[in-house]
Design a protein around this ligand. Sequence first.
Ligand SMILES: [Zn+2]
Length: 327
Amino acid sequence: MTRAEAIARANEYYARRQSEINDELSRREREIRDALPEVRQLMDERAELPVKSMRLAMADRPNAAAVAAEMRRRGLELNAAIRKALAEKGYGEDYLSPRYECAACRDTGYLSGQVPARMCACMERRISALMSERGQEGAFGASFHMFDESRVPDEPVLEGLTQRALTVRIRQACEDYVNSYPGTILPGLILSGQPGLGKTFLMGCIRTGLEEKGVCAVSLGSYKLLQRLRAVHFHEEGAEEAFDELIRCPVLLIDDLGSEPVLKNVSEEYLCVLLDERMRAGRHTVITTNLTPPQMKEIYSERVASRLSDVRFWDHLRLLGKDLRRT
Ligand SMILES: [Zn+2]
């Protein structure tokens, strides 16, 4: 992908973030208006404040500055009262504040107040990710309708199920995951199996499917993931922000987990943090791996393995059969 294309894609992403943030905020406001009438009153007063004080100022020109100052004062007072009321009712005082992934640019991709507009570090990262990783990654542009079941052997692999029937079933589960996003039954999806069974292809289908829905997933191979985890450990510049993006992005796709060299106490520590944070927040995460759960325990540790075997978070789909690249 060229830089110009990557910038265009990044801009689309930020535009989508803005509308997501607004939708979420409106939803919360409606919820609070219904649930807490006393807060609704404060919100109504705050909404009327600018027009009201403008009228007052026009009617009383000599005192316009004082009226404006009074409006600001009352506005701050109302904000504080709203926050306090929300906290008292157990909502958290920021419940009606926008949630940004990046505090620096407020998810616009640009730093405000700069002329000419300067790109935020998060946008630079997004652009370089678009230009490098995504272009090279396997199965880029794969989509569910490209799946050709006739290429999959129709021989039994599991309790009367053939490889073809099993693969068709798993493909359907992946498509269901995309179609029901963000309301998937479980937020996590692990696609496991020997090399050559179509895991990376299916992950590519998921990514494309989500993109078609307007959801921009962050996807990376496990080697790239390792590099990012190491960078945090060694305090490299920008590493924390990049790691934070992995924690907070709405959808994270990790291809071929376990194929990277594992650095005990380094990658593992941060991998646990990453998994904990995403699982705690219920953020959508898809992982492909060649490893079986016992191998996972061997290569990483009990800690990583136990997180990945949490059936409350992960739907684990196991592909079985012959390498499709050799059939
Ligand atoms: Zn930013």
